[in-house]
Design a protein around this ligand. Structure first.
Ligand code: PMV
Length: 326
């Protein structure tokens, strides 16, 4: 008689990188070229259920709304293989995912999927890993997923080998009342996903300089978070986003994620800051613009964002909680 199916369900939130990860020194195991810092996004959540079922002939994916790249089943199966190897099991699995936010629009949804998948798969396989081990493992599925294992403000280390590349908490979610106001200017799926994008980073002559300067940007960002000091945080967030997009634009082939409405929001956010409001912009591998603001200024920024042409919707997210078994 074959053993019974074993299931587990987990939830994780996406995150927005203040200091971006772009490019790998080892693409196969997603060893990032530089460290990164992010805020986990509260209220946005992906739930993943994994059922290892000895009666299945192959892994199966029932994806409702989650984004996991162009060939999701292969990518998820490869991730499950790592968990199966660790646990010494061979059963195929059914993976069911559900998200409460739009996929494919640069909201780092693969981070939430792979953080939740890692936790659910390990739980279902009977593996007992600590959060650093889970973070390291989540990174193999999606580089930014190592940060979504944790809540609040999180730093991921670059590392020279698999063992050193994981994330840790800088400060918990209640440390600072920041809010991410995500200006949605397009819901279309991006043409070039981040996995393909990372592979192009080293073709830009600007990437080496961006990577070499990363320790300085990480330092300014970490210190600004710890000291709750908004002006230097805002400047470094915008500079870091601009540096990543400069690398993207100068890759071969070039990657252009910013659209005219993205630029309009970016310009507006900078000018509102000059006028005294606590707000700055940052943009991932998509056209939507994350406006990082202080909770006390969020209402004002929200009403101003609604007047910027091209903004279709605004999603609000405060610092969120760590990923968890449900
Ligand atoms: O985790 P990936 O492979 O989707 O890469 C994330 C890349 C950025 O979102 C652009 C930057 C980041 O650090 O989240």
């Amino acid at each position: 008689m074959s053993p019974n199916p074993r299931s587990a369900k987990a939830a994780a939130s996406p995150n927005i990188a203040f200091i971006k990860y772009w490019g790998n020194i080892d693409q196969a195991i997603r060893l990032p070229a530089n460290g990164s810092i992010s805020m986990t996004l509260g209220g946005l959540e992906t739930q993943v259920m994994v059922t290892f079922d000895p009666s299945l002939q192959a892994d199966e994916l029932d994806a409702q709304s989650a984004e996991v790249g162009s060939d999701p089943l292969t990518r998820i199966s490869q991730h499950l293989d790592i968990v199966r190897d660790l646990a010494g099991i061979s059963s195929h699995a059914l993976v069911e995912t559900q998200s409460n936010f739009p996929s494919g629009a640069g909201l780092a949804s693969s981070a939430a999927v792979f953080a939740a998948l890692t936790i659910a798969a390990c739980e279902a396989a009977g593996l007992e890993l600590d959060s650093i081990e889970l973070s390291r493992l989540a990174r193999r599925g999606s580089g930014s997923a190592c940060r979504s294992i944790f809540g609040g403000f999180v730093e991921a280390f670059s590392g020279e080998e698999d063992n050193d590349a994981y994330a840790e908490v800088i400060a918990l979610a209640d440390h600072w009342r920041l809010v991410d106001l995500i200006a949605i200017v397009s819901r279309e799926h991006k043409q070039i996903g981040s996995t393909a994008g990372h592979a192009l980073a080293s073709t830009s002559p600007l990437q080496a300089a961006r990577v070499a300067d990363a320790p300085r940007r990480l330092d300014v960002c970490r210190q600004s978070i710890l000291g709750r000091n908004f002006p230097p945080l805002a400047n470094i967030i915008e500079q870091d986003s601009n540096m990543m997009h400069s690398v993207m634009l100068t890759s071969t082939p070039p990657l252009l994620y910013l659209s005219p409405p993205s630029l309009a929001v970016m310009e507006a956010a900078s000018s509102w800051r000059t006028a005294g409001l606590r707000v700055c912009y940052t943009v991932d591998a998509g056209p939507n613009v994350h406006c990082i603001t202080h909770a006390d200024d969020a209402e004002e920024i929200l009403s101003r964002l609604r007047t910027v042409p091209g903004v279709e919707e605004i999603i609000q997210a405060p610092p969120g909680a760590a990923a968890r078994v449900l």
